[in-house]
Design a protein around this ligand. Structure first.
Ligand code: FE2
Ligand code: FE2
Length: 284
């Protein structure tokens, strides 16, 4: 299995600003440190949008500083809190398609990864894959024919069961899912935007949404307002081969104190070794 890391919704601000009392840069640096310690073997890391909170040049500069030490190759996508022009000024080397959208494809170990730009700067409340972006995707899906495909994007193309987000999805999600249904090789679709962990299957395609590094929302299906809770930053690792995908969420800030280890035994019940009071953070 190859390992891919998904970071999302980092919401960086210029220096001195916080979001609901949280420091997005500090939280992103915690994630970068954790990846450098534990996941240097990942094939790449993708950051699925809302890189900044308001799209200012100063926020992109801070974002760039915060990921500068990341020890695996990184690919950046845009979300509704981003702005294409300052992003491209800060990251002129970021791949774009022939129309300037921040989209790219990447083949690793026989899997095709397609990364989509769903930012609609005219109506940032929702996401969009305009005809040009959909045509790019259709061509890449045709080209990948026979190879499994994994898609990364910011906006979910369908409801994840939370009313709060139902008006903030990819506005032409049905069109995307129709296109994907014509290509039976789409293994998985991963998105950000929702600030909760969510996973399942829709229209026959498995999906996962990562809760992100910054302000986490409570998963209350009927709530018409978002309630943010004080939890640490998180990121996902996706373990992928041609047969499917396993997604694990990592909480590097813990608490991850090691309290015991379990070893296999012949009766299948395992044997515990209790770790005494000198508790160590296992995941950092
Ligand atoms: Fe976000
Ligand atoms: Fe978003």
């Amino acid at each position: 299995m190859i390992k891919i890391i998904q970071i999302t919704d980092t919401h960086l601000c210029p220096p001195g600003r916080t979001i609901v009392g949280l420091d997005p840069a500090e939280r992103l640096r915690t994630v970068v440190r954790s990846i450098n310690i534990n996941h240097r073997d990942a094939a790449f890391c993708v950051i699925t949008g809302d890189l900044t909170d308001q799209g200012e040049a100063g926020a992109y500069a801070r974002f760039a500083e915060s990921i500068a030490d990341l020890s695996v190759p990184v690919h950046l996508l845009l979300g509704n809190h981003d702005a294409r022009r300052p992003f491209r000024s800060t990251f002129p080397q970021a791949p774009v398609d022939e129309n300037g959208y921040v989209q790219m494809s990447l083949d690793v170990s026989g899997i095709s990864f397609l990364m989509l730009d769903t930012l609609d700067e005219e109506r940032p409340g929702e996401g969009l894959l305009c005809p040009a972006r959909l045509a790019w995707l259709a061509a890449r899906l045709d080209r990948a024919s026979g190879r499994p495909v994994v898609i990364f994007m910011h906006h979910p193309p369908f409801s994840i069961g939370l009313r709060w987000f139902d008006g903030m999805l990819l506005s032409n999600g049905a069109e995307l899912m129709t296109l994907l249904s014509h290509h039976r090789n789409v293994l998985h679709l991963a998105f950000g935007h929702v600030h909760v962990n969510a996973s399942g299957v829709r229209h026959g395609v498995s999906f996962s949404g990562s809760r992100g590094t910054c302000h986490k929302i409570l998963s209350d299906p009927q709530a018409m307002q978002a309630e943010y809770v004080d939890q640490g930053p998180a990121y996902d690792i996706l373990l992928i081969d041609a047969d499917g995908v396993c997604v694990h969420t990592i909480d590097p800030a813990g608490p991850n104190n090691l309290i015991a280890r379990e070893y296999p035994t012949a009766d299948g019940r395992g044997s515990f070794e209790i770790i005494p009071s000198a508790r160590v953070q296992r995941w950092m």
